[in-house]
Design a protein around this ligand. Structure first.
Ligand code: SF4
Ligand code: SF4
Length: 177
């Protein structure tokens, strides 16, 4: 009986010893960082963005894929990008515009919260209006702010009538040429 109590106390004290040894070991690793003691124990956390050491857009490789940009004046509204996107994060709405050779792109939204930056949309864009920019920082506070809109807006009834008349005029001019 006496020996069993003795062995229990001994096991308990050994446990306490192990815990203290573990804490002391951690302190020996961490404390030198507190005072920056030694060449290898300097502060390693970088301020972000660090004006001196952080990378800029100019440091990116030539073929890097940054956030997408659509030059909406060149975009024809063909919707090839929307069709090819594997995650359906592009939404394009078009209407007939004043220019009979291309559509009016009322809405062109890209949801960067879904985009996987595969680049398929850029490759499928024949007018080359869609491109990867060199911008790679897109942090926002709310998910909805990750939707980038490049569209020209929905046309009014007045614009629609005016453009229909212009297209009709252009068609009849072609017939008489
Ligand atoms: S890069 Fe890929 S995932 Fe992103 S919008 Fe283009 S096709 Fe879709
Ligand atoms: S593929 Fe290019 S031109 Fe066609 S809708 Fe997309 S961005 Fe516009």
């Amino acid at each position: 009986m006496k020996s069993s109590i003795f062995s229990t106390v001994r096991a308990y004290l050994y446990d306490v010893y192990l815990r203290f040894r573990s804490i002391w070991g951690s302190l020996l690793t961490a404390l030198p960082y507190l005072w920056g003691a030694g060449e290898l124990r300097k502060e390693v956390t970088e301020q972000y963005p660090d004006p001196i050491s952080s990378r800029t857009a100019d440091d990116l490789p030539a073929r890097s894929r940054g956030l997408l940009f659509n030059d909406i004046q060149r975009c024809t509204g063909c919707k090839e990008c929307e069709k090819i996107c594997p995650v359906q994060c592009i939404r394009v709405d078009t209407e007939a515009g004043s220019d009979p050779t291309k559509l009016w792109v009322a809405r062109f939204d890209i949801d960067f919260s879904k985009c996987v930056f595969c680049g398929l949309c850029v490759e499928s864009c024949h007018p080359q209006s869609l491109m990867h920019s060199r911008q790679y920082e897109g942090a926002v506070y709310e998910l909805k702010d990750l939707v980038a809109s490049f569209g020209r807006g929905y046309v009014t009834a007045e614009q629609r009538m005016k453009w229909a008349a212009l297209r009709k005029q252009a068609e009849s001019d072609e017939v008489y040429l």
